[in-house]
Design a protein around this ligand. Structure first.
Ligand SMILES: Nc1ncnc2c1ncn2[C@@H]1O[C@H](COP(=O)(O)OP(=O)(O)OP(=O)(O)O)[C@@H](O)[C@H]1O
Length: 457
């Protein structure tokens, strides 16, 4: 047996025991080891202290006043969720110890307590607690890190960096990029990482409505202001109060509305359709368009003053053709969301194509292919993707499984994919092999072998 470790980072321990002698002696022993010790003499006190002080560990005697019934002690265990619980039991109370474990206790110590064992069990439980916390933090960081914006290309990393920096501010943001590249995702990430994430996120499609309807939608209307206005209707600027108003396709906004929006952006005030009283609302505005707004301004199609109001900060979402190395990771994510795997041939097929509709189009094909899988099939392959894309499987090389040289063609497609991913990673890393290997998720030695094999050195 390995020797018991002697030192570790101390923690904050809640000692729940009604015996003053044990509180004193056990407490002093743990304090000597550097731990901070809190004590409670009954269940109610213990739960209240736990809620207030959030200790790292609970040492719990099961038999306590008023009833001294261990069942009552057991019932306390779930109340200490978030910290490991070590129960203190009598020597012959194995059943009780098992029940405690079922209820979530991490360990148990027989009484009378052996100090060496106490020291060891406390240290082990504290270590577990710290690992749990670290895991939670890593999970949060990981979720935060991608913010739903999947992609390893440098352009995506810097986009995420900008979102993280801009989100906590209230500055207006203009998101520019081709259709289907994640502009709305960026707007949502900005909202979700702002201090106002609990307030509403309200999207409005500016191109889908006439000027009149858009005005009524945004600023609301009063009863009787037009046929069909049977009651007062608040506008979306009101619905989004305190949160984010997302103006999608702002380039399509009719000129008559542009001037009203400008007023709202400048003064925070607006007039509901048919109303006589000016209202105000405070929202953060994120606008997006796939159109060249600057060119529209030059052509007199979009108000210059509104353009400058909207573009507090400009964020750009890259076309998928500018980050082809992200096709596999995006495809794998979309397949995973559908609960299926994805084969190498499928990734090769997807990577070899152009995606004029960008991520939206890629996602639609992966989703459709997942829906077309036969019962029992767990993995997307090139055939399923061909069908989903409306092509006959034999029209693409990787799918012609029936032909004699199908294996050869698949190998060829995979080699091509490998060559491209490696070249792109090397380029993105400025020729640094260690960095390129990290991006590709392989070892440096593995990368060097591949570079030699593919003649890329
Ligand atoms: N980086 C990404 N990671 C994961 N999913 C993405 C990414 N970019 C886009 N998508 C997905 O692609 C689809 C289209 O994204 P979104 O609606 O945000 O694009 P858009 O640029 O606003 O499009 P449009 O200009 O047509 O309004 C959505 O299903 C979205 O979840």
């Amino acid at each position: 047996m390995s020797p018991l470790p002697t030192t570790d980072t101390p923690g904050r321990v809640l000692l729940v025991d009604d015996e003053p002698a044990f509180q004193r002696l056990g407490g002093a022993f743990l304090r000597n080891l550097g731990h901070e010790v809190l004590t409670a003499g009954d269940g109610d006190q213990a739960l209240a202290m736990f809620a207030r002080e959030r200790p790292d560990l609970v040492l719990l005697d099961l038999a306590m006043p008023p009833s001294m019934d261990p069942e009552q002690g057991l019932a306390l265990i779930p109340g200490f969720s978030g910290a490991p619980v070590v129960v203190l039991t009598g020597h012959a109370q194995h059943d009780l110890a098992l029940r405690a474990a079922e209820l979530g206790a991490w360990d148990f110590l027989p009484k009378p307590i052996d100090p060496e064992l106490l020291r060891f069990v406390v240290m082990r439980a504290l270590r577990k607690h710290r690992l749990d916390l670290e895991l939670i933090r890593l999970r949060q960081d990981h979720g935060e890190e991608s913010m739903g914006l999947v992609g390893q290309a440098p352009a995506m990393a810097s986009l995420r960096g900008m979102v993280r920096r801009v989100a906590p501010t209230r500055v207006n943001v203009l998101v520019l990029g081709p259709t289907g590249t994640g502009k709305e995702l960026v707007a949502r990430a900005l909202h979700e990482h702002s201090a106002h994430a609990a307030a509403p996120f309200v999207p409005v499609h500016c191109g889908a409505l006439s000027a009149e309807l858009l005005e009524s939608e945004l600023f609301g209307h009063v009863k009787g202001s037009f046929t069909g206005a049977y009651r007062d209707q608040p506008g979306l600027v009101e619905v989004a109060r305190g949160g984010t108003l997302f103006l999608d396709e702002v380039g399509e906004m009719p000129p008559a509305m542009q001037v009203k929006l400008l007023r709202f952006l400048q003064e925070g005030s607006y007039m509901p359709v048919g109303g006589r009283i000016t209202r105000s609302s405070e929202v953060r505005v994120v606008a997006a368009t796939h159109r060249d707004l600057e060119a529209m301004v030059r052509a007199g199609e979009f108000r210059e003053d509104l353009y400058y109001r909207l573009k507090g900060v400009v964020l750009r979402t890259p076309a998928l053709s500018e980050r082809r190395q992200d096709v596999p990771v995006l495809s794998a994510r979309f397949a995973q969301q559908r609960g299926v795997g994805i084969s190498a041939s499928a990734l090769a097929w997807l990577s070899a194509r152009d995606w004029p509709g960008n991520v939206r189009e890629l996602k639609a094909v992966v989703d459709a292919a997942a829906a077309l899988l036969l019962p029992g099939q767990q993995e997307l392959d090139a055939d399923a993707l061909c069908l989903a894309a409306g092509e006959t499987p034999s029209s693409v090389p990787a799918a012609s499984a029936a032909s004699d040289d199908a294996g050869g063609l698949l190998d060829q497609a995979l080699t091509e994919l490998e060559r491209r991913l490696i070249s792109e990673a090397m380029q993105a890393s400025g020729g640094n092999q260690s960095e390129a290997a990290r991006r590709l998720g392989i070892s440096r030695v593995g990368l060097i072998k591949k570079l030699n094999r593919l003649g890329l050195k």
